[in-house]
Ligand binder design. Structure first.
Ligand code: GLC
Length: 426
């Protein structure tokens, strides 16, 4: 049974493989996406390590001079996606978007290196990638934490990777729509519109892009100029985990300066994350930097922070919170608490389950000694696959497959769970 699933997952990765990068799924997402590639490489490495390294190398070949790694690389033309390169107008030789995505590369590269069968190749690739990842991390702290709080902000919901989360609703009221040029959405031609963000949200996404474009994509200006500055505990958790794992890797490679700088970031970031903790809820919450207030929203971002090297009691509290959610849904982990009236089990990041998020939460819980719940989450991921195939995301109550089909990172996570965590026997 699991062998069939692995074979099917490998087949999907191959179908979506364009040689040096993998598209998330044909049609809906025809380019390279940042955190998709880094997580996909984990699955690829289980059957082809060289290909996995190439996936991440290709991404970093398009890093900006200031250190940012863009969220989309438009390797070739395709008018099936909006907004395309002409809307971003970032002026790059190979066009890219002008914003970033959750920095999971440090984690992925460290993991690929740690379990590599081809040690020589791993060392060569890790040595090349290490300073680039470090430059990206430093970019975050320089450009997205200008006041040195220890936590970085995102300036566009697309940066979070959780595009239409309930977390952004209040802040989005501040984002205007005046001056947004007319556009035709392409996503709703590939996927069910009820599973996608609304038109009102799209107008605001585009307004922010136009605003940043008018500032010449100058990252010294964008943070302060954005009416949307959100501190996301999941995003910061991923960054801190990457800093932590990059420090381990740097130490092994004798790159002591990178190791020391990364450790210092982890120390101040983990301490600063405490400000986002909500004791009543038993999880972290987002913070709206413009409003100067915590966001009233119990989303999965506050659970995803378990991926970071946070104190064990925090992980244990998050585990209790997830067990509580398990009483309200059939499958784990919903992207939003179903007790919230704003929850929507079908609409993208407002309720559905995403396997990459499950994987990262389970990994963080395991590191905190909470392996029973981690296994329960893995099992939920596998049950969803068994029931509904390799979808982009799933309804946590009914397992209905949502969004795009034959989805790359979903397939990669299944390989990672079944092979990487040695569950083939089950
Ligand atoms: C959607 C998701 C984002 C992902 C992208 C490609 O925009 O919200 O997280 O990276 O699709 O799969």
């Amino acid at each position: 049974m699991s062998e069939n699933i692995i074979n099917r997952a490998v087949e999907i990765l191959r179908q979506n493989d364009l040689g040096d990068y993998t598209v998330p799924t044909h049609g809906l997402y025809p380019f390279q996406w940042n955190w998709d590639s880094c997580l996909t490489a984990l699955g690829q490495s289980q059957f082809d390590e060289g290909r996995a390294w190439r996936e991440i190398e290709t991404l970093f070949a398009h890093q900006w001079d200031d250190g940012m790694v863009p969220h989309i690389i438009f390797h070739k033309e395709d008018d099936g996606y909006f907004p395309g390169p002409e809307i971003w107008a970032t002026g790059r030789p190979v066009p890219t978007s002008g914003i970033t995505q959750p920095p999971v590369a440090g984690f992925s590269v460290a993991r690929l290196a740690a379990r590599a069968k081809n040690k020589a190749l791993a060392e060569e690739k890790a040595r090349l990638l290490l300073p680039k990842i470090q430059a990206w991390h430093e970019w975050f702290y320089r450009c997205r934490d200008p006041e040195g709080t220890g936590l970085v902000a995102i300036i566009h919901p697309w940066e979070s990777g959780r595009d239409n989360s309930i977390d952004w609703d209040e802040a989005f009221k501040r984002v205007p729509t005046e001056g947004v040029l007319p556009f035709v959405r392409r996503d709703t031609q590939h996927a069910n519109p009820d599973h996608r963000p609304t038109q009102a949200q799209y107008e605001r996404y585009v307004w922010l892009v136009q605003r940043f474009r008018s500032l010449g994509w100058d990252n010294d200006k964008l943070h302060d100029a954005s009416p949307f500055q959100l501190v996301d505990p999941g995003f910061n958790g991923i960054l801190l985990r990457s800093c932590n794992d990059l420090a381990d890797l740097a130490e092994q490679l004798g790159e002591n300066a990178i190791a020391a700088a990364s450790r210092a970031r982890v120390e101040s970031g983990v301490a600063a994350l405490e400000q986002l903790w909500d004791e009543g809820l038993g999880q972290y919450r987002c913070f709206d930097r413009v409003a100067g207030a915590a966001v009233d929203s119990a989303s999965v971002a506050g659970l995803l922070a378990a991926f970071a090297p946070i104190p064990q009691p925090r992980k244990a509290a998050i585990a209790r919170r997830i067990s509580e959610l398990a009483n309200r849904t059939r499958y784990l982990v919903p992207s939003h608490d179903p007790a919230d009236p704003r929850f929507d089990g079908l609409r993208y990041w407002r309720g559905p389950i995403w396997l990459i998020v499950n994987f990262m939460i389970a990994d963080g819980l395991r590191q905190g000694g909470l392996s029973d719940l981690a296994e329960q989450i893995d099992q939920s991921s596998l049950d969803l696959i068994g029931k509904a195939g390799f979808a982009e995301y799933y309804d946590p109550m009914t397992a209905e497959p949502c969004g795009g089909a034959t989805f790359t990172w979903t397939a990669a996570m299944v390989i990672e769970i079944l092979v990487g965590l040695g569950m083939e026997q089950k």
